[in-house]
Ligand binder design. Structure first.
Ligand SMILES: *Cc1c(COP(=O)(O)O)cnc(C)c1O
Length: 468
């Protein structure tokens, strides 16, 4: 492994070659311009409402949208669909134990099902959950339990142009201030790797050790939201000299060694279309979780999944740790980020794991925030190239390092998420060229306004109309 890894890393261009070849293809189609205009208008200018068949390249999310390998497809046939104690569960349990180092392995149909169960067990009204940056479903589950999610990510994350090796890190000063004041109300500290809502930036091992030290000082449990733990481990290997020669699986094990458990959406690094799990060190907590699991998901040896799904997850978890695969994936993202930055668009640098994050305001400097530049960008990407992208605008609670108070700060981003093993270099070239075209024509865009704002789940059901 050592030799091939060095060979791949030596040249910038080498890792851009996909370390797989294509066995099955899926036709995609670019509707013509007039069609795209009609479809976007009918979708009230929110491209997630457009039928997938009318999208040429879909960069809305990297969740469950990856291509499974031949080995994963083959594993599906081994699925043991026994309700109790299936062989598929045992295989999945063995792999998950090996990867996480935690003894208690509980499958769920998605990551959020694990979040629901763990927040139900651990979060009481008024509790404060301290994270680097909580993912939106995590945030939602904590709020649903009347808890307060507080994000202790470093302020550098708001600055897209200043590079930093580990912009997903906790600001340990913020964490310490929060623990000092609130530790009796903190049920656990949550480390999200990579830090998805913070431009998928990685977290360093040094930072994880720092979090663990503070957690021990205050007797608080540490959990990981570990959907993209392999991508994070790759960044640790590449950027923290101590780990330059370490295998990805060993880095992952060390990361988890500083925690009491984790939850995983297997739709990310483990590259399945559906699935998730959580893993815990503590037997009592695991027993209570399994009781709730029966209520929400099913018996603990299938947890809302078919036996075949467990098989695909087990294979996917191993494949996620593959050095050449990770080198390619991260290089692919970096390449797209570089090409887009060359079009004079502000990209969060360096690029992280799941995709390229963009400040849409840099494309439309003539639009005010009220004229919704991120909405304009998403609309233009579809109109210009049939490309669907994601984005979010959210307000997070963080710690002001001067006063130690919890303060609110908005965070806006557009995301070109890259599904795993799905799009080729040719597709990425196309996407970069479309972004450049959008940027060139941007001065003609007059912005957008909101025509309908629902009370809940705004970003899924909101409607827009063009201004002017
Ligand atoms: C996707 C995701 C989740 C939720 O997982 P689902 O499988 O979509 O329910 C939680 N946390 C992070 C960081 C995620 O990216």
């Amino acid at each position: 492994m050592e030799d091939s890894r060095l060979a791949v890393e030596r040249h910038d261009w080498a890792a851009l070659a996909e370390p797989y070849r294509i066995k099955v293809t899926e036709r995609i189609r670019l509707p013509d311009r007039a069609e795209r205009e009609a479809l976007l208008a009918a979708a009230d200018y929110l491209s997630i409402r457009i039928d997938a068949a009318d999208v040429f390249i879909d960069l809305t999310t990297d969740s469950g949208t990856g291509a499974m390998s031949d080995n994963q497809w083959a594993a599906l046939l081994r699925g043991d669909e026994s309700y109790f104690g299936s062989r598929s569960y045992l295989r999945f349990e063995a792999v998950s134990r090996e990867v996480t180092g935690y003894p208690h392995i509980i499958p769920t149909h998605q990551g959020r099902a694990a979040e629901k169960i763990l927040t139900e067990l651990l979060v009481r009204p008024g509790d404060i959950v301290l994270g680097n940056t909580h993912f939106d479903t995590t945030r939602g589950h904590i709020l649903h339990r009347q808890g307060v999610p507080v994000d202790c990510v470093g302020d550098l994350v708001w600055d897209f142009s200043t590079p930093g090796d580990f912009k997903g890190n906790f600001d340990l000063k913020k964490l310490e201030l929060a623990l000092e004041r609130h530790h009796t109300r903190v049920p656990f500290i949550l480390i999200t790797v990579v830090n998805n809502m913070a431009c998928s930036a990685p977290v360093s091992m040094e930072n994880i050790r720092g979090v663990k030290k503070l957690a021990d000082q205050y007797g608080v449990m540490v959990l990981f939201d570990a959907c993209r733990v392999a991508e994070n481990a790759y960044f640790i290997q590449q950027r923290e000299p101590e780990f330059a020669d370490a295998a990805i699986s060993d880095i992952v094990l060390e990361m988890f060694s500083y925690g009491d458990g984790c939850w995983v959406s297997a739709k990310k690094d483990a590259n399945v279309n559906i699935g998730g799990f959580f893993a815990l060190r503590d037997e009592v907590l695991a027993t209570r979780a399994k009781e709730l699991l029966v209520l929400h998901e099913g018996y603990p040896t299938y947890g809302g999944l078919a036996g075949r799904d467990l098989e695909a997850m087990a294979v996917g978890l191993h494949e996620a740790m593959d050095q050449e695969y990770l080198a390619h994936r991260i290089r692919q993202t970096a390449y797209l980020g570089k090409r887009i930055a060359e079009a004079d668009v502000t990209v969060s640098m360096p690029t992280g794991g799941s995709g390229v994050f963009i400040d849409a305001a840099s494309i439309y400097p003539h639009l005010s925030a009220e004229q919704l530049p991120a909405v304009a960008f998403a609309a233009d990407m579809y109109l210009e190239g049939g490309i669907r992208i994601g984005g979010s605008l959210f307000t997070l609670k963080t710690i002001d390092v001067e006063s130690g108070e919890i303060v609110e700060r908005p965070f806006a981003l557009s995301r070109l998420a890259i599904p795993r093993r799905t799009y080729t270099q040719g597709h990425l070239e196309y996407v970069a060229n479309v972004v450049a075209e959008v940027k060139r024509k941007a001065p003609g865009n007059k912005g957008y306004r909101i025509t309908y704002l629902p009370e809940t789940m705004g970003h899924f059901f909101i409607r827009f109309a063009p201004l002017g």
